[in-house]
Design a protein around this ligand. Structure first.
Ligand code: THU
Length: 133
């Protein structure tokens, strides 16, 4: 499948259909293109305990890694408001495990506008296990 950012956004928006967000009513969708050639999607999954909520980005990443993907080549993140999606700190740290510094991060709101960043732009000074050598 030929993948561009528009296709990734389409998949991310569809993933919002399966988001489970009865507490915040804020649905998020993510789509990631991986090194295995597949696109994995995910929505946020909330919990009555609040703290056990899983963000859309991590849902997609954990689906991908559990299917054998090793690297995220690109990610698109969307939500249903006019404010651009911004991945939380926990998701950025999880992304850093599987994304190279120059991999593209596409962030959109509920209009057709989006912004593109590199991964290192959204997580400068990332912690790495190499720091411990
Ligand atoms: N959320 C995400 O899915 N991704 C983010 O990067 C930020 C927050 C979700 C978690 C929760 O279900 C809702 O948005 C409100 O915080």
């Amino acid at each position: 499948m030929e993948i561009n950012e528009q296709k990734l956004f389409d998949i991310a928006f569809k993933a919002m259909d399966h988001a489970y967000a009865p507490y915040s009513n804020y649905k998020v969708g993510a789509a990631i293109l991986c090194d295995d050639g597949n696109v994995y999607d995910g929505g946020n999954i909330e919990n009555a305990s609040y703290g056990l909520t899983n963000c859309a980005e991590r849902t997609a990443i954990f689906k991908a890694v559990s299917e054998g993907a090793k690297e995220i080549k690109a990610i698109a993140i969307v939500n249903g408001t006019s404010e651009m999606s911004k991945p939380c700190g926990a998701c950025r740290q999880v992304m850093s495990e599987f994304m190279k510094a120059d991999a593209p991060v596409f962030l959109a709101n509920n209009t057709n506008q989006y912004k593109e960043f590199t991964f290192k732009e959204i997580l400068p000074l990332a912690f790495s296990d190499k720091d411990m050598d």
